[in-house]
Design a protein. Structure first.
Length: 67
């Protein structure tokens, strides 16, 4: 496994993984087509991943523009 050299690279890598996972969940959501339990699980995962994506983007801004 390749070692990440700095926080900027690491946060970019995390953002890419989160974004890819969001896309996969969107496809899965289409496949399950509103099944109640599955839909709840996908929706919960999407919300948490969107929140994590937003948090990591905020971290990237703080790293790029420290006070």
């Amino acid at each position: 496994m390749e070692e990440t050299k700095n926080l900027k690279e690491l946060t970019a890598k995390i953002s890419k993984n989160l974004f890819d996972t969001i896309s996969i969940l969107d496809i899965f959501e289409e496949i399950i087509d509103g099944e109640r339990k599955e839909s709840f699980l996908v929706s919960s995962m999407q919300k948490r991943i969107h929140n994590a994506f937003n948090d990591i983007e905020e971290c990237r801004k703080l790293i790029a523009n420290p006070d």
